[in-house]
Design a protein around this ligand. Structure first.
Ligand code: GLU
Length: 406
């Protein structure tokens, strides 16, 4: 999916042959076996990956995913999208991503700590504050980033907070990072709704994936009505609006939405096809496919997840012309922007207030949105093609300018 998107974008901007493959293929990949000592004394070996797609525009950067369906190909695609995302919003990073084939909910806290520390231990010679800076992704969180930072710091012999972002505030985390991906997405949705002249008071939202990103993208604090939410245990609908704080409280105690009593149960398939103003896929890849793209009844499709729409579905949505798609590389860029702020604060040992963080975040998103909208109008591209061509062109330009070491 990511490679075909690249080919299409490279054709659209006539990217010279000499620079195409250099821009497209990952720079390096690492696959590791991670032995984890279990609470019962046994040892389980799990497989982990790290892919650095681009190291030409700055240190590589990207999340670490703990999920049972992780594959090397998936991590490669996600690393590639990170490159275009950083480049689109003008951050001095290259794309990277990591993953471990594991269901973190099946590990105890101690086992999770062992695994996280072991993953970092295996990466020590591959990453660094100026080489590659990991961050949270699906299945990982600030606690895990804290263990990883501690492991790396012990290895180098001094505290090294800039080795990962998304840490707890007490050890160098940034104000505003936990909610940044969703807050950035919500901010962009609000701006696109204003362009469409749809008032927030008349906006209904359906969220696929009620996790850290999904619940923040909900627009509830802007006055929209959330009519549906879901996670991997079930989907729930309430035409009158779901009480967000009640759902958040439920998930805090129950961990998942299963049996949530604040709305009617529906299927995940039904959720995606609900009539709503904004549909927010906020979990994994490939949920909007050629099977459901023609049936979507939203006005705005806000891709808070990475890669939620297949290329075949993209074509259908494009042809329909009645859905405003906010592509992933723009829609969820808020997280990486504040990750960048965290890294800057760590390197300079000078910390910013939450207001400063959010003001700077929204300023960068404004610029990125304007650039995408201009590119879209100038070349009559879809919004995704506009965003990808901008991201890809900047990486290719940097590579061409640096030249090729003989
Ligand atoms: N995992 C997040 C993403 O996919 C954030 C990565 C980062 O902050 O480096 O955008």
């Amino acid at each position: 999916m990511a490679c075909r998107q690249f080919d299409k974008a490279a054709d659209a901007i006539s990217l010279p042959e000499a620079i195409r493959d250099r821009t497209k293929y990952p720079r390096r990949c690492l696959a590791v076996s991670l032995p984890v000592k279990r609470d019962d004394g046994s040892v389980t070996v799990v497989e982990g990956y790290r892919v650095q797609h681009n190291l030409s525009t700055g240190p590589a950067k990207g999340g670490i995913r703990f999920h049972e369906h992780v594959t090397l190909g998936e991590i490669g695609a996600l690393a590639m999208w990170m490159s275009w995302k950083y480049s689109l919003v003008g951050l001095p990073y290259g794309g990277a991503k990591g993953g471990v084939i594991v269901d973190p909910s099946k590990l105890s806290e101690t086992e999770l700590e062992h695994l996280s520390r072991r993953y970092m231990q295996e990466m020590v010679n591959f990453i660094g504050p100026h080489t590659e800076v990991p961050a949270p992704d699906v299945g990982t969180n600030e606690k895990i980033m804290g263990w990883m930072m501690d492991t790396y710091s012990n290895h180098v012999g001094h505290i090294s907070p800039a080795i990962v972002t998304g840490k707890p505030i007490a050890i160098g985390g940034s104000q505003g990072l936990r909610e940044a991906t969703g807050a950035g997405g919500a901010y962009l949705v609000k701006k696109y709704l204003a362009d469409l002249k749809i008032p927030l008071s008349k906006t209904t939202v359906a969220i696929e994936g009620f996790g850290n990103v999904g619940n923040e993208t909900a627009l509830a604090h802007y006055g929209a009505k959330i009519i549906a939410i879901s996670d991997y245990t079930g989907a729930f609908y309430n035409a009158e609006g779901i009480d967000l704080s009640r759902a958040l409280k439920y998930v805090r105690y129950q961990k998942v939405l299963r049996d949530f009593d604040g709305a009617e149960p529906i299927t995940n398939k039904q959720l995606l096809e609900l009539k709503c103003t904004v549909l927010v896929p906020a979990a994994l890849e490939r949920v909007i496919t050629d099977k459901n793209a023609a049936k979507l009844k939203c006005r705005v499709l806000a891709e808070a997840a990475n890669g939620p729409t297949t290329n075949a579905a993209d074509k259908i949505i494009d042809a329909r012309g009645n859905i405003e798609l906010i592509p992933d590389v723009l829609c969820n860029a808020g997280g990486v922007i504040v990750s960048y702020f965290e890294w800057l604060q760590n390197l300079s040992n000078f910390y910013w207030s939450r207001d400063e963080v959010l003001t700077k975040l929204f300023g960068i998103l404004d610029q990125a949105k304007d650039a995408v909208d201009t590119q879209q109008k100038k070349f009559q591209f879809s919004r995704r093609l506009a965003a990808l061509t901008l991201g890809i062109q900047r990486v290719a330009d940097a590579k061409a300018t640096r030249g090729l070491f003989p």
